[in-house]
Design a protein around this ligand. Sequence first.
Ligand code: ADE
Length: 238
Amino acid sequence: MPPLRIDILTTFPEMFGPAAAGPLAQSIPDRARRAGLVQWHAHNIRDHAANKHDKTDDRPFGGGPGMVMLCQPLWDAVRAVEGQDSRFATRVLLTPQGRPLSQAVVESLAVKPRLLLIAGHYEGVDERVIEALEPMEISVGDYVLSGGELAAMVLMDAVIRLLPGALGHEASAAMDSFSPIGPGCARVLDHPHYTRPREWMGRSVPEVLISGDHGEVERWRLAQRLARTRARRPDLLR
Ligand code: ADE
């Protein structure tokens, strides 16, 4: 399989660093990149501005604070970057107005050949270029970041770890929090985990985990997942 290609359009490409040194150059994303499962490229929207001062934003019509991202530089950046590869790119705009990012959305993106992530600014992007580009609009939570860059990195990390071969131990993504407990079943939280020593500061590891009875361990873990979800995130069970 060719690597998943991710292009990021931003006015702060330095936030992504060179692929070999940015915040995603650690741990699982770095291993996946070096194994050829994914490649990413950050592009500066400013390089596509067709105005004297390379402006990418301007004051809002109707007044008010903040700046609005211009249509032209973003439109031309998308067209130019998409033209670098013949594969269809799924366009994603990171914005607090988007649909909440969930594990189900992450799973749907992890099977695409190519993603084009647009990091907007919280003041906003001119609505006409959003209408013309028709991106998926995705939010990473009900809070406002300074821009979509960190949201794009959150999405990238969550997608990359699902690429076949990224985790090294394939079963483990299926056991994560927010994975369904069976086909068509609810997505629930993870169970608690323990490692050595058996006793620590007067606290013991639950007996069942050292029983050697795998069936009992699985039943206990499932019960823990359901109990935790009921207590902490009942919304997931509705
Ligand atoms: N940009 C600013 N805040 C954001 C959020 N919560 N999610 C996605 N993009 C954003």
